[in-house]
Design a protein around this ligand. Structure first.
Ligand SMILES: Cc1cc2nc3c(=O)[nH]c(=O)nc-3n(C[C@H](O)[C@H](O)[C@H](O)COP(=O)(O)O)c2cc1C
Length: 185
């Protein structure tokens, strides 16, 4: 089982990265190969809807998505992990999802149709109405792409980098999510 774990925070050692490392640990314990990708250290330009990809050509943006598209296609599960920024995902994560337009044509859709996904969110506030719009965004986008949302973990109440280490229960939940993603693969 191949898990592609995508970290959408620009903070290299932030709460999202720590949460993803726990999910990855759980998945590896279950026997998965895990590839952790930090969008903050890559270049993912905005999709401008040129739709070259819909005409059988490669994406016109010469950036890191060129190597991520095959990784996405080869993965069994994709983990989308992002902090909540203004009731949405980070700009890094949004740009990454925007580039899934590539899969929105009959030729490329088979690469992701039926693929399983998981979503991991962190945020400073404690209230559901802050993170729910972000989960709805993933829920609707993944359904549109004919992917399956196989698991989620949300960690509210973490602001400073590393604060998530105090949330032992949530990190244990993240570990279990990683294991469950393997077991249900
Ligand atoms: C630009 C920006 C916008 C943010 N917007 C929100 C928000 O709307 N609600 C919230 O609860 N936290 C918000 N936060 C706090 C982050 O979600 C929180 O600090 C999170 O732990 C950061 O994750 P990281 O350490 O992985 O970068 C925001 C942080 C930044 C930098």
């Amino acid at each position: 089982m191949n898990l592609l774990a995508v970290v959408g925070s620009p903070r290299p050692n932030g709460n999202t990265a720590i949460l993803v490392s726990r999910i990855a640990e759980g998945a590896r314990t279950g026997g998965a190969d895990v590839d952790v990708v930090r969008l903050g250290s890559l270049v993912v330009q905005e999709c401008d809807g040129c739709h070259a990809c819909w005409r059988g050509r490669s994406c016109t943006k010469d950036d890191d998505m060129r190597r991520l598209y095959p990784s996405i296609g080869a993965s069994d599960v994709i983990l989308f992990a992002t902090p909540v920024y203004w009731y949405g995902p980070t700009a890094l994560m949004k740009a990454f999802i925007d580039r899934f337009v590539y899969f929105n044509c009959p030729e490329n859709r088979p690469q992701i149709r039926g693929k399983r996904a998981a979503v991991a969110l962190v945020l400073e506030e404690e209230i559901e109405s802050t993170w729910r719009p972000v989960m709805d965004f993933f829920d609707k986008s993944l359904a549109y792409l004919e992917m399956t949302l196989a698991g989620t973990v949300v960690v509210p109440g973490v602001g400073k980098a590393g604060e998530i280490r105090q949330k032992r229960d949530r990190l244990d939940e993240a570990f279990r999510l990683g294991r469950a993603l393997v077991q249900t693969a």
